[in-house]
Every structure is written in structure tokens, then in C-alpha cells.
Ligand binder design. Structure first.
Ligand SMILES: *[C@@H]1O[C@H](CO)[C@@H](O)[C@H](O)[C@H]1NC(C)=O
Ligand SMILES: CC(=O)N[C@H]1CO[C@H](CO)[C@@H](O)[C@@H]1O
Length: 736
């Protein structure tokens, strides 16, 4: 407690043992410098073999060094936060709490099935928060009447589900996750109610799944709600009017659940779409929601979650409020980003999709430098910062004096009036998508929006509680994984090239370390070249017997050995510390290789094309459902390839190429027995690199040559990769 009696609502702890870490990092830095010195002073003279290969390695190593410096920026100043929700409830009466508007975005009923969406909706609708102050908005960019139907069902179910959750303190409050996590309760009364609510849920689930299967709700279902009439003029996903329906109007506390308690507001919105108007993907949907919700509930806090990410903790809103409502430090907080976790990762995470190290380490580092990025889900914003407000020390927030959006008109008239806000022409000649709301023109609209908020003087906060607050679905096939990485690398690289570049625009507006942190992500895409170079050229030069690394007995070998072993042991320790397994780490290295050599390359090319004005944007959503056999292989941790893809051509060719180089090496060593040992000495690091490449690609060789299931590499790719690899080796050996 401070001298004036102030007790903070949250606490920030610096990470322990950081001095040791910093010394260690400095030692690696010295090693890296020595490597660069070695490269520089040993450049082969004109005419000597491998001169250009050497220069190329020098450039690649310079790049890796730069990247390494950026990765230090997100490790140097880590902070960890904790909240005191009990103090919050002691200090503030619930009537003083701000209104909170929750946005859930969905875009495609086949990729994101309605039953998944409403589970997320129900989990946030059942937040432990005063109902009159909570509103949930579902933005359905497909304008699907099945999703609408599902939400309608959910609005009925909520009347039983919310009181049940309160009565038995249910956690988590996504019904599906709850029923999966719990066995029958012991108490007789509770068991009875449990069975009843479970039956209710299952009946609803069946109705929704049936409607999903036949592609529309039945005549009878449609006749039960007049809202379906809004589909009369609907022609397609890309061509329809605004559909706005307030399914539960909880604003005046009159909507009641079966126990007679008030219910939160629930709104369905499908903004207008016309083929001739760009709709700007998720950013466009969010902006329409910001405007419409501004009329309906106008919550001071906006909270958004992806439709596949349910709330695993009903008290998360209160956690977020601890940051915003802290009297001393809350003023400068623009948004609170919660950590994102995944319900669906297997033990050894074959697709590296748990982002363990980013979640447990790197975001904490960003936080220490001024605040994490906004990652588009599991985030709480102040409404006015999303609308472009600059930070101003003098301006204090009053959370509870809100201008009530009051009106005498009937709900139906209001809905009709507010539809205009979601029309496609509304934003013409306005600053929406530019100065106001989420920014357009970038496939990671969230990151660029968060950055511009930070550039206006605001801070953000990263909150990563032990019990994870939001659980999403991770990709479960290789194509999904690579496409997701392509989108991220491309989007982050586009930010670097955009007006809001973390390198130029942010200069002087945010801390230098935070700039470096953003750069770490922005530089993903161009990293592909260094990675490709490193896994092709040294291996090829094995065939020519040209050494590109210091010899085993040379003193220069030491910095190489030190940097490699220190960096990788540290990365392993960090991974294990974040809760991973050794095999998981190894798998992550494989994904590191595949994403850098394929996704990032395509991301780079597309970003360049887009910024030159060539390519139209397409927002690819990653699928959330899987066929049964795909699921089965995923559970067994077998890599899933299946379809053909240009990205696969690259990774398979690289794998086969390295195999040939390795094979060429073994043959050479056997035939030149006497020289073999000397050869090994001279080429130690190069051979190591090649051997690691072969080992890490092992599952890929199986998918290419041995597996018979549907998830193996298509046969055409096997031939292609062998062809390309042979061609590359032959050209290299004979032409040069
Ligand atoms: C989700 O919440 C439950 C409690 O309802 C908890 O046991 C579980 O550990 C949480 N999940 C994660 C990943 O933290
Ligand atoms: C571990 C886990 O949650 N596995 C689930 C992942 O998702 C598939 C469907 O996509 C389920 O079948 C698994 O049970």
C-alpha cells in the first residue's frame, strides 16, 4: 500500500535472473561478431573456387545476425503481470463498471461451422459480468441464414445456460468444452439439472447440425422468427443487404432468463456486401461492428474474439478491468492483449502451432518495451482508441457516466435505421479504415492497428494467466500451417513497406526496443533468402569438395561451435521451460525450416506484388474442421500433406537435394578411403549442416517414398522433387 492509501489493481514483475541472461546474450553476440570477422577476412581471392558462395554466406550470416538482434529485443526486458480482481470488486460497485461490447467475427459457415461459433458466443455471453452492461455481437460476413438460425437457437438456450452456469459456477462456459471436460456430478440435484441441460444442448446441437447438413434451416424453423424475412432479398455471400437483428435486447434489464435474472444483449449483424465494393475482410467487419454497437450499447470497452476461440475463464472481463481501472497506471493503457492458447495441439505439436515460446517469452518481452502487438483475438480495447483518439495525460476516463443510447422508437424501427451504418457506401469519403477504426489494406490488420495506437502515445498490456483465458483451434495439416504462415509473414512485411512502417513511421513514437520487436515479425518474409541459401549452397559445395567453413583444428572453429551450440541449447531450454517436449522442439525446428523456405518466400513475393499494385488481396481462412482420417493422423502426429502445392515443391526438392548431397558425400568418402578422414576434418561443419538437413527431413522422406495413406505426398511431387534435385546437382557439378 502506498503512502496515500493507493492499492494497485495489478502488479508488474520483472523477470528474475536477467543479468545472467544478458551476459549470456553478450557472449553470443561476441561469437557472432567473430564469425563475421572470419567471413570478412577470409573472402577467397578472385579466381579461387567458391568466392561468390562465400560472399553469399557472408550476406546470409549478416542477415541472421540482424535478425538475432531483433530476437534479443523481445527477450531483454521481459515483464509478467498479475491482477487483483478482489480489490476491483471491493473498490468499485458493479454499477460503476463500464459497458463491454464483445465482437465475435465469423466469415464462412463451411469452414467455421455454426455450432463452433455459437459455443464461442455462449462462452462470452455467460461472462461473470453485470448483464445490463454486457453485449455480444456476432458479425457474420457470409450472411448465412444457418449461422443466424444457430444464433437464434443459442439465444433461447442462453436463457437456461446462463442461470445454470451461475448456479453451479460452471467453467469453462462454452457448453461443448464443458460437457467434454466433466463427468457426471455426484450431487443428486446437480446431476438432475446436469442431465437436463446436457439434453437441451444436444437437442439444439442436432437441430443445428441438421440445418448445416441440408444447407438451410427448415421451413418450420424459419416461420418461427420474422428475422428470416431479411433473407428474402439475399442473392449470395458477396451480394446482399445489411441484416441486423437484436436477438436479446438486454439494455434496459427487461430481458429475463428462466430464473428471472436479466440477460445480456445479443445481436446478429451481416453487413451489406455488393460485388463492386471492396469489403476489406475482417477489418471491414470490425469497423461495421464498431459503428453499429456504438448506437446499440456503446460500451466503453470493446472485446473481440475469433469465432473458434472460446473463453475459458468467465472472469476475464474483470481481469481486463483491473488494468483499465487502475487509478495510477490504467490511464495510459489502450488495450489488453490476452495470451492465445490452443485446445487442439498434440503433445509434440508436429506443426509447431502452439507458439509456446512466443506466448510464454516473446510477448512478455514486447510488454516490457511498451506493449505487445494486437493480435486480433482475445483482446480488450478502449473504444475511443480504436476510433483514433490520441493519448493525453490530462484526460481522465470516467467509466460509468455513459450517455445512454436512449430512444422512444421501437426496436424494429431502430434496427432499420441503424442498418445504414453497415452499408457498403457508408465509409466512402470518410476516415474509416484509415484514421478511424481498424486499418485496411493489410492481411494482418490487427497488428498494424495496434501499432498505430501505440504510435499515438498509448501503452498496451499483455496478460498471460496460468489458467489460459482463451482457447482456439490450431491448424492440423501441413497446407493449413504453411498458408497461415504465408499470410502472417506477408502481412507483417507489408506493414514494413506501408505508411505505418515500424521502422520509419514509429521512429521516436515508440521505444527503439519495441521497434526492433515489431521488426522481428516484419522481417520474417525476407528471411527466406538467407534460409534458402543456407540449406542449398553449403550442401552443394560438398560435392565439389570446397570448404566454406573453418576447418576443425582452426581457432576460427571456436566461435562457430560456440554460437551454434549456445544458441540451440538455449532455444531448447527455453522451449522446455515454456512447457514443451524435446520432440516438440525438434518438430518446431522442422517447421522453422519449412515455413522459412516456402511460406515466407511466397509471402515475400506476394507482398512485393501487392505493394506494386499487381495483386488483389485474398484473405484465406484456415479450416477449422477436418475429415475423420485427417483427424486420426493428426492425433498420431503424422504429417499431413495430401494435396499438391507449389510450397511442397520447394520443401521436397530441398529435402531430396540434401539427400543427394549427403549420398554423394558418402560415396566419395568410401571411394577415397585414405583421404576420407582429412575430408571430414576440413568439411566438418558443412557435413553437419547437411546431416541435420537429412535428419530433420526424415518424416518428409517417408511421406514421399514410403507412406501409403491419403496424407502422403502426391506421387507427382515425388517425381518432381527428384527431377529438380538431380537437375540442380548436375548443373552445379558439370556446368560450373
Ligand atoms: C481452462 O480452464 C479449466 C478450468 O475450467 C482449467 O482446468 C484448464 O487448465 C484451463 N485450460 C488451460 C489451457 O489453461
Ligand atoms: C486434443 C484435441 O482436442 N483433439 C481434437 C482436435 O480437433 C479434432 C477435430 O478437428 C477432434 O477430433 C480432436 O478430438
Amino acid at each position: 500500500m502506498g503512502s496515500d492509501g493507493y492499492v494497485p489493481l495489478f502488479e508488474t514483475k520483472k523477470v528474475k535472473g536477467s543479468v545472467i541472461y544478458k551476459l549470456f546474450a553478450v557472449s553470443i553476440f561476441v561469437g557472432i561478431c567473430l564469425i563475421l570477422v572470419y567471413r570478412y577476412i577470409h573472402i577467397p581471392r578472385e579466381g579461387e573456387g567458391g568466392r561468390w558462395a562465400w560472399v553469399g554466406l557472408f550476406v546470409a550470416e549478416l542477415w541472421f545476425s540482424l535478425f538475432w538482434v531483433c530476437t534479443q529485443a523481445v527477450r531483454w526486458n521481459r515483464v509478467y503481470r498479475c491482477t487483483f480482481k478482489d480489490r476491483l470488486s471491493q473498490r468499485y460497485d458493479e454499477v460503476e463498471f463500464p459497458r463491454v461490447d464483445v465482437f465475435v467475427c465469423t466469415a464462412d459457415p463451411t469452414i467455421e461451422p455454426p455450432i463452433l461459433v455459437i459455443n464461442t458466443v455462449l462462452s462470452v455471453l455467460a461472462y461473470d459480468y453485470p448483464a445490463e452492461k454486457l453485449s455480444v455481437y456476432l458479425s457474420d460476413d457470409a450472411g448465412s441464414n444457418i449461422t443466424f438460425y444457430a444464433l437464434l437457437e443459442a439465444s433461447h438456450f442462453a436463457k437456461e445456460w446462463i442461470p445454470y452456469c451461475k448456479k453451479f459456477r460452471v467453467e469453462p462456459r462454452s457448453p461443448e468444452a464443458y460437457f467434454l471436460s466433466i463427468s457426471d456430478p455426484n450431487d443428486v440435484n446437480e446431476a438432475k439439472e446436469f442431465e437436463a441441460i446436457k439434453k437441451l444442448y444436444e437437442d439444439m446441437e442436432n437441430r443445428i447440425k441438421r440445418a448445416t447438413k441440408i444447407g438451410r434451416p427448415t421451413e418450420e424453423q424459419r416461420s418461427k422468427h420474422k428475422g428470416f424475412s431479411q433473407w428474402d432479398s439475399y442473392s449470395s455471400i458477396r451480394d446482399h443487404d445489411t441484416i441486423l437483428q437484436i436477438l436479446i435486447d438486454g439494455r434496459d434489464g427487461k430481458a429475463r432468463d428462466i430464473e428471472g435474472c436479466s440477460l445480456p444483449t445479443l445481436v446478429y449483424l451481416a453487413r451489406e456486401k455488393k460485388p463492386q465494393h471492396p469489403h476489406n475482410f475482417k477489418a471491414g467487419a470490425m469497423n461495421a461492428l464498431i459503428r453499429v454497437s456504438g448506437k446499440i450499447s456503446n460500451g466503453k470497452i470493446i472485446h473481440n474474439v475469433d469465432c473458434d476461440m472460446y473463453s475459458n475463464n468467465s472472469k476475464s472481463v474483470r481481469d481486463a478491468l483491473c488494468f483499465f481501472m487502475d487509478e495510477e497506471k490504467g490511464q495510459e493503457v489502450a488495450f489488453v492483449q490476452f495470451s492465445e492458447s490452443f485446445q487442439n495441439v498434440t503433445k509434440n505439436e508436429i506443426y509447431g502451432s502452439s507458439f509456446r515460446v512466443a506466448i510464454e517469452v516473446e510477448f512478455h518481452g514486447m510488454d516490457g518495451n511498451g506493449g505487445p502487438q494486437y493480435i486480433g483475438t482475445g483482446c480488450f480495447h478502449r473504444r475511443d482508441t480504436l476510433c483514433g483518439r490520441k493519448f493525453d495525460k490530462e484526460c481522465t476516463s470516467t467509466w460509468y457516466k455513459e450517455n445512454d443510447p436512449e430512444s422512444e422508437e421501437s426496436l424494429h424501427e431502430l434496427e432499420a435505421k441503424w442498418k445504414v451504418l453497415a452499408s457498403c457506401t457508408y465509409e466512402e469519403n470518410t476516415q474509416w479504415g484509415n484514421e478511424i477504426g481498424l486499418k485496411y489494406g493489410c492481411s494482418v490488420e490487427d497488428v498494424i492497428t495496434g501499432l498505430s495506437i501505440q504510435c499515438k502515445g498509448w501503452k498496451s498490456v499483455y496478460f498471460n494467466p496460468e489458467r489460459k483465458a482463451f482457447l482456439g483451434l490450431a491448424p492440423i495439416t501441413m497446407p493449413q500451417t504453411l498458408v497461415q504462415h504465408k499470410r502472417w509473414s506477408e502481412g507483417n512485411f507489408l506493414i514494413l513497406l506501408s505508411k505505418y512502417s515500424p521502422a520509419w513511421y514509429a521512429l521516436g513514437k515508440i521505444s527503439f526496443a519495441l521497434q526492433l520487436g515489431y521488426l522481428k515479425y516484419s522481417l520474417w518474409a525476407p528471411s527466406c533468402f538467407a534460409a534458402l541459401y543456407y540449406c542449398i549452397i553449403p550442401s552443394l559445395y560438398l560435392l565439389k569438395d570446397v570448404s566454406l567453413f573453418p576447418q576443425y583444428w582452426s581457432l576460427w572453429f571456436i566461435p562457430f561451435a560456440y554460437v551454434i551450440s549456445a544458441k540451440y541449447s538455449y532455444s531448447l531450454v527455453e522451449f522446455l521451460w515454456s512447457g514443451g517436449t524435446i520432440l516438440g522442439w525438434w518438430n518446431e525446428q522442422r517447421i522453422w525450416l519449412y515455413t522459412r523456405t516456402s511460406s515466407y518466400l511466397f509471402g515475400f513475393i506476394d507482398a512485393i506484388l501487392k505493394s506494386a499494385g499487381f495483386n488483389d488481396e485474398a484473405f484465406v481462412i484456415t479450416a477449422k474442421v477436418a475429415e475423420e482420417d485427417v483427424s486420426e493422423r493428426y492425433q498420431k502426429e503424422t504429417l499431413e500433406f495430401g494435396a499438391s502445392s507449389p510450397m511442397f515443391t520447394i520443401i521436397t526438392t530441398l529435402a531430396v537435394l540434401n539427400f543427394f548431397c549427403f549420398f554423394g558425400l558418402v560415396v566419395m568418402k568410401i571411394t577415397m578411403d585414405a583421404a576420407g578422414v582429412r575430408y571430414l576434418d576440413r568439411m566438418a561443419l558443412q557435413i553437419l549442416l547437411c546431416v541435420v538437413m537429412v535428419l530433420i527431413n526424415w518424416p518428409l522422406y517417408q511421406a514421399l517414398f514410403f507412406r501409403q495413406d491419403k496424407g502422403k505426398m502426391p506421387g507427382s511431387l515425388t517425381l518432381q522433387s527428384i527431377g529438380f534435385a538431380l537437375l540442380a546437382c548436375a548443373c552445379f557439378v558439370y556446368l560450373q
